[in-house]
Design a protein around this ligand. Structure first.
Ligand code: GLP
Length: 241
């Protein structure tokens, strides 16, 4: 694992944006695995600016998003689809039919997950961006005795629902289920970029990067991937050896 520490959010975001821009400039039809949450917002801003400044073009690129809430329509402000369109897709020159998002309202959720996994198999991820949940989840792969390899429907942890309640009017509105890429889908990416910031993540960063590999800390499985870059601010990295 290549772990890098940054003194400011700007530096961390710019470094992450540089990785994406270099990749796309070397391979214009790169397949990008993207994430939501508060962590990647600055990265997306930097990519939007890069596109405006003609430093990068997404015209030939493809995207796959990690996860989506079940039962939430794409035009709902709480959906990850809405988040991605607001923060990136509507602001860069990506082609609409190159964007892959799970549909949380699909009538047959299992079929939706299967079809997403098949599309992923046809377009292997060149890079997968990840954030880290307080409980060690990546995407919505929650701590459990067993983890699913492929895209699947998952019941959200209470801890996750509480953490994400800040985006909703009340905890009752936070969906109980989601669709998520599996650990295997993520681990197949050629490169993984994990971004984490904030003192509240320091403990889980320590467990994920330097603790035992366990399904109870899904991010710890990243220790088995050959090409992981971890970008941390000083607070998130303060417990590392
Ligand atoms: C969410 C998402 C994850 C994200 C994580 C951290 O629940 N499903 O993909 O990485 O939680 O979010 P944040 O960046 O807001 O801390």
């Amino acid at each position: 694992m290549n772990i890098k520490f940054f003194d400011s959010q700007q530096q961390l975001d710019d470094f992450a944006a540089g990785i994406f821009m270099d990749l796309i400039n070397n391979k214009p039809d790169a397949v990008l695995g993207l994430a939501t949450g508060s962590t990647p917002i600055g990265l997306y801003k930097a990519l939007v600016q890069g596109c405006k400044d003609n430093k990068v073009s997404f015209k030939e690129a493809y995207t796959f998003n990690l996860d989506e809430y079940s039962g939430v329509t794409p035009d709902n402000e709480q959906s990850y689809s809405y988040f991605m369109h607001q923060n990136l897709f509507n602001l860069v020159d990506l082609q609409a039919d190159h964007i892959h998002l799970l549909d949380g309202t699909a009538s047959d959720a299992e079929a939706e997950c299967k079809s997403f996994e098949e599309k992923l198999a046809q377009k292997p991820l060149d890079i997968q961006l990840l954030g880290l949940g307080h409980n060690g989840h990546i995407a919505f792969n929650e701590p459990a005795d067993n983890l699913s390899a492929q895209t699947h429907v998952v019941q959200l942890d209470e801890k996750t629902r509480q953490a994400n309640a800040r985006f909703f009017d009340s905890i009752d509105e936070v969906p109980t289920h989601a669709m998520t890429m599996g650990i295997g889908s993520i681990m197949k990416a050629k490169q993984i970029l994990l971004m984490v910031r904030g003192a509240d993540k320091a403990e889980i960063v320590k467990k994920a990067l330097q603790g035992p590999i366990t399904t109870q800390v899904p991010a710890s499985l990243l220790q088995l991937h050959a090409n992981v870059t971890v970008l941390l601010d000083q607070e998130a990295g303060r417990m590392l050896d």
